[in-house]
Design a protein around this ligand. Sequence first.
Ligand code: BGC
Length: 770
Amino acid sequence: MRIEQSPEFQIHLQNLKNKDPLFLETIYNVGNGHIGVRDSNPLQGNNLDYIGSPGLFINGFFDYNEVSYGEKYRGYPDNDQVINRLFDPRFIRIKVDNEDSAVDHFRVENIDKNLDMQTGLVHELFSVTTPENRNFNLVVESFASLSKQNVYGVKYSIIPTNFEGDIELIKVHDYVNQATHAQADDVRVNQDVGQMQLDFLPDNGQPSYLVTTFRSQQGVILTFQAGTPTDSNPAIDYFEDANRHYGYRSQYHAKPGSQKEFEFLFSIGNIHPLVNARMYADQYLASLDNFIRNTTFNAELMASAQVWQTFWLHSDVKIDGDPVIQSCIRFNLFELNQSAGRDEFTSIPAKGLTGNGYGGQFFWDTEIFMLPFFVYTEPAIAKKLLMFRYHTLQMAKEQASDFGLAKGAMYPWRTINGFESSSYWLAGMAQFHINADIAFAVEQYYTITNDEDFLKNYGFEIILETARFWMQYGNFAEIDGERHFVINRVTGPDEYSALVNNNYYTNVMAQFNLRLAVKYAKLFNDTDISIQLNVTAEELEDMQEAADLMYLPYDQKRNVKLQFQNFEQLPRMDIDAIDQSMFPLLLHFHPLMLYRAQVNKQADTIMVDYMFPQGNTKEQLKADYDFYEPITTHDSSLSKAIYSIVAARIDRDQQAYDFFSQAVKTDLIDLHHNTKNGIHAGSLGAAWSGIVYGFAGIVNNADHFSLEPHLPDAWNCLKFKLQLHHNELLFTIYQDQVEVELMSGKGLTLSIYDKKVKVSSEAPQKICKY
Ligand code: BGC
């Protein structure tokens, strides 16, 4: 089979020899929201001689890591959740005459790697040399299926270049904890917990395993099948040996230049609680026909490629005039789609499924930085991501109660299973804004999709319970003789300050959250849902009052929003005077030395200017930008895209472009020097927002959308599609003109350059700037 390759959709990095193999492992990962596989050296396996951090990650499959505290107080999490690293399905053992890759050190050179984002296929060429100088080319092709999310495929072709001899190919995965090269000393990197057990499930005619975790008590079934694409290849057979090794083997005599191919399809089951994992194992193995029996590598690749085609049809962003940015944005969208959980019980880990950085946990990154892309282009996935929060609402309520609050829900700052996993609570659990972030995301999903069923049956409850949290944690107080609602002792998004009073972002978000609760409680007044949730008129009045009296600290002298109360009293840190080697500051400074100063890790107050553009004059946005930009280090990859959006809104075109282009390249140029630990999924999502909210200037006013584009000078044209209120619209934006075409739906009215435009199926609309 041949797959047409469009050059525009290839990630074909050059000069591989000089690139960090760990970086390449991340960049060329394949995944599908359920699984992710790092692009390892395939002969590495569990051999610690080799450098690498290979392995398979299953979204939501984790174990606990006991946290030890010097002093442990009430409510501190006992355990940290860390995603498990399973064996590397790319691993292959090759024997050449008397030499064995599992024992001898074969030299493996990366000659070529290509990711075709249209099909999701990674195609690689390695040159392998044995200690006795036998050389062969090894071609590896791999993909994670988007059409059957349990399926991963890998195919090997072996071509001897300088010898004739006996080759044996052995594919066995009988270890469970994938060994990796030790990680650097970086607080953002998790060590593998590695407490899994692997049991063989006998009598299936193919190697099948039940992998279970000790502490979290989860089970997953993995199995794989072997084949050859044509009969001209040597046979590959299942074997079991006396040492309980189960796998496949092929032995043949090879001549120089001869090419033999072997393919494997893995089926990686869903996660089950250990109590019923064995029962589920039987059912799962019996139903394998649906997954990998009676099919081939190519058939599954084609089926998956078709789903990728559909993805690009709706989600592609085309930029004419800036080829580097074009590739980067496509890579970002590709990775986002590879990372998003789609089963309602998982979300998007901060590093996607490409590494165990941040423990494979979910943060606000999903709702605030990645969800917009899905809401506007793949609303069905957006809904599933929000359903994860609905399914974990009960735990968030338990957490609020354990914390000592009488009512409401407290979503965890970082989690896999719905419970809090941040042991450094100052920059973790105290980021209560996560509650309002989730409510904001629910509202965003609802206003863009009009999915009333979701709002009524799931979204409203999230909004109400998170709003209840603010009423419990905040309080009414007098400031300068006036009554206000205050929220003290919180950490805002900027992790270079902690436990502050009245963080501007948190308070604005809480205010929004409270207003939403009141709005929808009134809408659902006297319906089953509001009765079931015990909403009372008195409660709503309190919420309304708290929202109306919310304290928002403001510096009248400088006319800027204050990041938190008394922020103006802190000394300003001169970040330009700090040596480059000291960044990110979090790795080099005691946290208190950062907390005591005006210095930002990431956009904080500027998040408000991004998320609530309405009601701000350009002067206000400029004043805020000029105040915060010089003290922001952007040590978090979530920062630059946001600054780019606000810069675009205040006509700082060059800064908008510079920030955006760094954000969009975050992983491909390894901006933060840690892509080796996994992609920066939030930053990838934020870059999409940079295009849509920044350069295209989209504003969602709840029931009306407006566009105020200003393209970077280098861009001749920008094209993308959005789904708004059941319509799909194609936007083609030129420097001074916008075209909008209705691709499906009944049409709607938008504002473009302040002109009201009715988009219908009749003809595309053209709107000129002047
Ligand atoms: C950022 C957080 C973010 C987390 C995970 C941290 O460095 O400060 O805002 O949620 O990374 O991406």
